[in-house]
Design a protein around this ligand. Structure first.
Ligand code: SF4
Length: 406
């Protein structure tokens, strides 16, 4: 048994897989299914942690200062796992104008925010120009912030709405300020499941084709998988292998984010329930093991809860997402996590797991490594926060004085 494996597998089926992992060999579809079927969580976690440490020997865990923006929840589609969508006129339906978006977020956007994560409903009446103008307006108001916007499903919807190709849609969005794409809309690729949970959405080949095109145009993108509903382990592994194949081809994916299904306030919740922490940790770990060509695996704290996300850092994850600020999509579906963690919360959470927090931008350029004593970091962050509050108060006072002088 290799030295690194300090825990003997309880499940003998994992021994040949462990040998492959230590030899740096690619895992097969059958290996992926065997891993998912196994209850030997500690061995699976240790293997994933080994892979993570090989790629990331410093023990870095990345986060960013981001802000989620959902321009509208009015959507033409009816995915049965979705608690976010509304029909026009339905209670709770909203569609913010580009100017409203800019003003709504203003109190929460400091110069330290580096990313807007923008996804939302597919609004048929607004047209593609609305979505372009959302990007332009944000870029005008906050030129330093990277715009990570619109899933492959949204891009395909824009293409259908306009008759333009995916490439032309992406080019126009890039001209309007698009910097990269999030990984949503992937759900589960396998048609047996996809047609039961989101029959109207772009199919797997289309989702992958949009990302292939984006990578060719120089955009970096992420990928997701919605797990823990009616899919089987075979569907999860099929999903991971399709992503791995595209990554072999293009190298354009940055991060894989397993998304835990939330069953409240949606149709699918009548048949599916919350999945377990055991399943979540195993899914993170198997993702790290199968996606040997993905640079990063994210434990998205909003969906996993901060404690499980923290544990996931020892099961192969090396990213914990960001400050988020306002999250609608999963909170409509029953998420009970905070909608916001500030930078210090994230730093403490990562440090308490024995890892080194690293603030990054969207493209994983390092902004700051927080490897100093925690008390020093806390004092600095709090002092910086106080300075910012004082500066903002002074700016508001100057604005009031200027107004009274007019
Ligand atoms: S998941 Fe997205 S596309 Fe599907 S109904 Fe919800 S908002 Fe619409």
């Amino acid at each position: 048994m290799p030295l690194e494996l300090t825990v003997q597998p309880n499940d003998p089926n994992l021994i040949p897989i462990a040998e492959k992992v230590y030899a740096g060999e690619r895992l097969t579809f059958e290996d992926g299914v065997t891993l998912f079927r196994s209850f030997d969580l500690l061995t699976i976690g240790q293997l994933a942690d080994f892979v993570n440490r090989q790629r990331n020997p410093q023990g870095y865990v990345y986060f960013n200062q981001n802000r989620h923006i959902n321009p509208t929840n009015i959507c033409a589609f009816h995915c049965n796992f979705c608690s976010f969508r509304r029909d026009p006129g339905e209670p709770g339906a909203y569609a913010y104008s580009p100017e409203e978006i800019v003003e709504r977020i203003r109190p929460t956007v400091s110069e330290r925010v580096t990313e807007f994560h923008i996804v939302g409903g597919l609004h048929t009446e607004y047209g593609f120009d609305y979505y372009l103008e959302v990007l332009r307006a944000l870029k005008r108001a906050y030129p330093w912030v990277h715009l990570k916007a619109f899933t492959a499903v949204e891009i395909d919807f824009f293409a259908q709405m306009t008759g333009l190709s995916h490439e032309e849609v992406l080019r126009q969005l890039m001209d309007a300020g698009l910097g990269s794409m999030p990984g949503g809309g992937a759900e589960i690729f396998h048609p047996e499941i996809r047609r039961r949970i989101c029959p109207e959405k772009a199919d797997a080949d289309t989702w992958l084709a949009v990302h292939r095109t984006a990578h060719r145009l120089g955009l970096r993108t992420n990928a997701t998988m919605l797990y823990g509903h009616i899919e089987k382990y075979e569907h999860r592994v099929d999903h991971l292998i399709r992503l791995r194949e595209l990554q072999d081809e293009t190298g354009g994916f940055q991060t894989f984010i397993p998304l835990r299904y939330h069953p409240e306030n949606n149709q699918l919740g009548k048949r599916a329930t919350w999945t377990t922490a055991h399943d979540t940790l195993k899914t993170i770990a198997v993702s790290r093991l199968m996606l040997d060509n993905f640079p990063h695996i994210k434990a998205y704290w909003i969906m996993l809860t901060p404690p499980i996300a923290q544990l996931a850092l020892h099961f192969g994850a090396d990213d914990i997402d960001g400050t988020v600020v306002e999250e609608k999509i999963y909170h409509e579906a029953g998420a009970t996590t905070e909608q916001q963690l500030d930078k210090l919360d994230l730093i403490r959470l990562v440090r308490a797991a024995g890892k080194i927090p690293v603030e990054r931008d969207t493209l994983y350029n390092i902004i700051e490594i927080y490897d100093r004593p925690l008390e020093e970091i806390e004092a600095e962050v709090i002092a910086r926060r106080k300075r910012r509050i004082i500066e903002q108060a002074r700016a508001r006072r100057r604005e009031r004085v200027a107004l009274t002088l007019q």
